[in-house]
Design a protein around this ligand. Structure first.
Ligand SMILES: [Ca+2]
Length: 223
């Protein structure tokens, strides 16, 4: 007598197959909002940025620790008032960006607030050839007091994007000639949270991978 799924093994195969399909096809919803898509460890790639001080590394504002001057921090090169410091990057997948965390730190000795930033802006676009348009998020720094400034912002309207540009305004130091070059923003971290949207090709590949696994499991059961 032949039973189709008579045993615990059969149930296990069915469960594994179901999970495989769900994992493959529902990957976008599985990529939950607490996954930092801006981390270089998660496939983010910096494509361009303004000059940094010697020994500083741009990846350090995205979770890396490669800088020789201040490991973990990214420091833009000194500049006069009015300078906009910037970085552009591309995430591993097209996202619906929901939440952003930005942290910087100004000096607390000497020229207090040196290396603070006055305003942070984030831009997003879906395709490389698109224009940046208006900022999708703006965060004002309340004062150049030095020390940690960290802000978490939930976007009022989630934004789709894979290409991003972050801008940091140089702080105008009161009492200093605006033409003098002072310390540029020290960025500790920039993080982006949301849900990945697989591109059609990626979704298809994930679906085929899931079906392939199901087929393999069923074949092994029959063997
Ligand atoms: Ca960092």
């Amino acid at each position: 007598m032949t039973l189709r799924y008579p045993t615990r093994q059969g149930a296990a195969v069915r469960a594994a197959a179901t999970l495989a399909v769900l994992a493959a096809l529902c990957w976008p919803s599985a990529a939950r909002a607490e996954y930092d898509w801006f981390a270089v460890a998660h496939g983010n790639t910096v494509t361009a940025h303004r000059t940094l001080v010697d020994g500083s590394r741009i990846d350090d504002m995205f979770g890396a620790s490669l800088s020789t001057v201040e490991p973990g921090n990214t420091i833009f090169f000194d500049a006069p008032e009015g300078t906009v410091h910037w970085v552009e990057f591309r995430t591993a997948a097209l996202l619906t960006l929901e939440k952003v965390y930005v942290a910087g730190s100004g000096d607390t000795e000497g020229l207090i607030g040196n290396h603070d930033f006055r305003q942070f802006r984030l831009y997003a676009k879906v395709n490389a050839g698109d224009g940046w348009g208006s900022a999708v998020l703006t965060v004002d720094h309340p004062e150049d007091r030095g020390g940690l400034f960290a802000a978490t912002r939930v976007l009022a309207t989630p934004v789709e994007g894979r290409f991003f540009r972050a801008e940091f305004d140089h702080w105008p130091h009161v009492g200093y000639d605006p033409r003098w070059w002072t310390g540029s923003p020290r960025i500790l971290e920039l993080q982006g949270y949301g849900v990945a949207l697989l591109e059609p090709a990626g979704l298809q590949a994930a679906g085929f991978a899931g079906l392939g696994l199901v087929s393999l499991l069923l074949r092994r059961r029959r063997a």
